[in-house]
Design a protein around this ligand. Structure first.
Ligand code: ADP
Length: 417
């Protein structure tokens, strides 16, 4: 059996791709699985990222699924484990980052781990335990209005402490700047003080490389995707561009967007401003008239031959609030996710072979509906977002807040070149 080095568990599908992307770019051969496989691994790779859809489900169920993934990764020989969450630390008041971390620590019988969503390439930095998104604090970044996980407190020590039974501490930027030995020394002190999970500051990729060295041998790492750039070197691996080659792209081009994040709103606006065809799904209309799905597909069939089309439910915070007040947050989310997943199936039947999906939960629903079990990771379009290949289709799963405003157009240009 091929033994893997790093076993990763991601709490959503776009996050899994983001992590896989960083590992591939740092020299690891990576497969991303959709859910926990029933069979042993049948691929020669250095890391596997098991993607779950556990970010907003019941915290006990999230912990159960994560431990099941851990058991499968252990059986594939993984030497170190990585729990990946969102770079904006998306979690509900009930969890799930804390409860999943607790369950994984128990299952690995380890009394210490770190937690940091820092990903400087994507503008996520942590300073004194406070998370910044670009130039602003988390709760000013638009994340305060997220449909499922509104983030109203940028202090991650506080946010995580409310979710875990472990004591939460901090390894701050001054320690990180002193390097590997200082980080290890700080970890020893924190452990003596009874801290079980340390939030870690990181302002640059250099910080993450330093941190990576100090994490060698730590059984469990919990983080966004950023920390991954520093881990492959611990296993003697170096960047290798051939790790991300995909077959040539074929078929028609479409974008499905169910994200209401600020970056996605800008991307939808950019696509429409270019005069490209776009079809908007209204959740209230959808509730009363499921015929909307076939309407969207009939519309798509008329436009697909002319170039990429966009089908979206993306809405500004005010419009989102109106829908959520009428339908409930969860119900509105599921209604839209199911509709977009069915539309994705219909688009593939219409000949789409290049599909951009915007939104973490949305991507999870689409990938499951398309029956994709394993994704091969290709070239990066923007930080955290690579093209992938599965079932003969090119697909990219864009986390809501990732990507430049021209992302939808750029993604297809990248494939063409
Ligand atoms: P992101 O990556 O931006 O967080 P997600 O897809 O993870 O995006 O989450 C967006 C959630 O909002 C999904 O559950 C989606 O179905 C839901 N949603 C999308 N559009 C609307 C809308 N117009 N009204 C209500 N909910 C919506």
């Amino acid at each position: 059996m091929n033994k893997i080095l790093l076993g990763c568990i991601a709490d959503d599908f776009t996050g899994a791709t983001d992590l896989a992307n960083n590992l591939v770019r740092s020299g690891m051969r990576v497969v991303q699985t959709v859910g926990v496989p029933n069979e042993p691994l049948d691929a020669q790779v250095d890391a596997v990222v098991v993607s779950l859809k556990s970010r907003t489900i019941d915290p006990h169920e999230a912990a159960r699924q994560s431990v099941r993934a851990l058991d499968w990764l252990k059986a594939q020989g993984a030497q170190q484990f990585y729990f990946k969450y969102c770079s904006t630390f998306d979690s509900t008041a009930k969890g799930n980052i804390g409860p999943v971390t607790d369950a994984l620590m128990d299952a690995l019988a380890t009394d210490f781990t770190i937690a940091t969503p820092a990903f400087p390439d994507a503008g996520r930095t942590v300073f004194k335990g406070y998370l910044f998104v670009g130039d602003v604090l988390l709760h000013e970044s638009g994340m305060q209005d997220h449909p499922l996980t509104p983030m109203k407190d940028p202090n991650l020590v506080r946010v995580l402490q409310a979710q875990t039974r472990h004591r939460v501490g901090l390894i701050d930027y001054k320690v990180i700047a002193q390097g590997e030995d200082a980080i290890r020394a700080r970890i020893s002190v924190l452990k003596k003080e009874g801290v079980g999970i340390a939030i870690v500051d990181a302002l640059s990729n250099d910080d993450l490389y330093c941190l990576g060295k100090a994490l060698a041998g730590m059984p469990l790492v919990t983080a966004g995707s950023g920390v991954a750039i520093g881990l492959p070197a611990n296993f003697g691996l170096a960047p290798n561009p051939s790790a991300c080659a995909l077959p040539a792209a074929r078929g028609l081009q479409a974008v499905i967007s169910g994200s209401c994040s600020r970056a996605t709103n800008a991307q939808v606006a950019d696509f429409i401003a270019r005069g490209q065809p776009a079809f908007v799904l209204d959740p209230l209309e959808l509730l009363n008239n499921p015929g909307q799905i076939s309407l969207a597909l009939t519309w798509a069939a008329q436009h697909l031959q002319g170039g990429p089309v966009l089908i979206y439910s993306t809405a500004q915070p005010e419009a989102l609030k109106v829908v959520q007040e009428k339908l409930g947050v969860q119900q509105a989310g599921e209604l839209v996710e199911n509709a977009l997943a069915n539309i994705a199936k219909g688009l593939i039947e219409l000949g789409v072979g290049q599909l951009v999906v915007a939104g973490g939960e949305t991507s999870g629903a689409v990938v499951q509906a398309l029956g994709m079990n394993q994704l091969q990771i290709g070239d990066q379009i923007d930080p955290g977002v690579p093209w992938c290949a599965a079932n003969g289709i090119h697909i990219t799963l864009k986390s809501g807040n990732f990507g430049t405003p021209d992302f939808f157009t750029k993604a297809f240009d990248r494939l063409a070149n």
